[in-house]
Design a protein around this ligand. Structure first.
Ligand code: ADP
Ligand code: ADP
Length: 237
């Protein structure tokens, strides 16, 4: 479980990215965070693995206040959290397979892997992840030869290979055309249902959020202004 208790985040320039956020996220939930550009969606998502660090409150993951963790403990927390970005964040010149493997280094972390050598077991795991998003046939292509949708699926496979409990996706479909966006959202939903991975996704389209989310969190100016199941959205807005 992930719990925000009175979490605020003030950026170094004084801007308040999060204002007194209180949330409980249960294991296995599929949550979409919505709001206008600048509402604090990305800040909320990135605070969970402390790519940005809240300045006040408690952020409890599996019983531990992660804001009090030291670097080593934080590494352990992050190991269980897969991250997906709008711009895929693949290494362009590397093969798809190597991208997936390198991303999961933190998990498998064998001595050989430091030198770019991976065990057959690692490779099988990575190929399995690629197969789950339908692109195992592209394993030996250079990452930048793939379409946007395919690259985003590589980044999902990279996250999966890490065997995470949580997947955070920060605007994963913002660079994709509508049909491709749906494919990516379906992949994320399928993985959530099959593996029970808690999934938290930022989207700026309410229609897509309504179509896929089990629970919607609405943000405005750093505050959570809505939190409930999709069925409640139309009643209140
Ligand atoms: P969203 O994801 O909803 O578009 P963000 O979380 O990216 O919103 O940003 C929330 C607010 O915090 C915005 O006003 C943005 O300009 C501001 N912000 C984001 N990052 C920083 C930063 N590093 N320093 C100062 N302000 C920031
Ligand atoms: P592009 O970015 O090239 O438009 P698409 O997302 O449209 O890529 O996918 C290309 C092809 O792969 C399509 O025919 C699509 O149906 C198929 N595809 C997409 N997602 C999956 C998946 N998870 N598993 C298997 N095939 C998929």
């Amino acid at each position: 479980m992930i719990e925000f208790k009175n979490v605020s985040l003030t950026y170094p320039n004084g801007h308040q990215g999060l204002k007194n956020v209180n949330l409980k996220i249960n294991d296995g939930e599929f949550i979409v965070v919505v709001g206008l550009s600048g509402a604090g969606k990305s800040t909320l998502i990135r605070s969970i693995n402390q790519l940005v660090k809240p300045t006040e409150g408690e952020l409890i993951i599996n019983g531990k206040d992660t804001l009090k963790c030291n670097e080593r403990q934080l590494k352990e927390v992050r190991r269980n959290i897969g991250m997906i970005f709008q711009s895929y964040n693949l290494v362009k010149r590397m093969s798809v397979l190597r991208n997936v493997l390198t991303g999961s280094l933190g998990r498998t972390g064998t001595f050989k892997s430091l030198f770019g050598l991976f065990s057959n077991e690692d490779k099988e795991l990575a190929m399995g992840s690629l197969a789950r998003v339908g692109i195992d046939d592209k394993a030996y292509r250079r990452a930048d030869q793939l379409s946007g949708g395919q690259q985003q699926r590589v980044s999902i496979a990279r996250a999966l290979t890490q065997k995470p409990n949580v997947i955070l996706a920060d605007e994963p479909v913002a660079s994709l055309d509508p049909p491709t966006s749906h494919t990516v959202m379906k992949d994320l939903k399928k993985i959530n249902k099959e593996d029970g991975i808690t999934t938290i996704i930022n989207l700026h389209f309410i229609d897509m959020a309504m179509e896929y989310a089990d629970r919607i969190i609405g943000m405005r100016e750093g505050e959570v202004v809505f939190d409930g199941p999709v069925s409640e959205v139309s009643e209140k807005t």
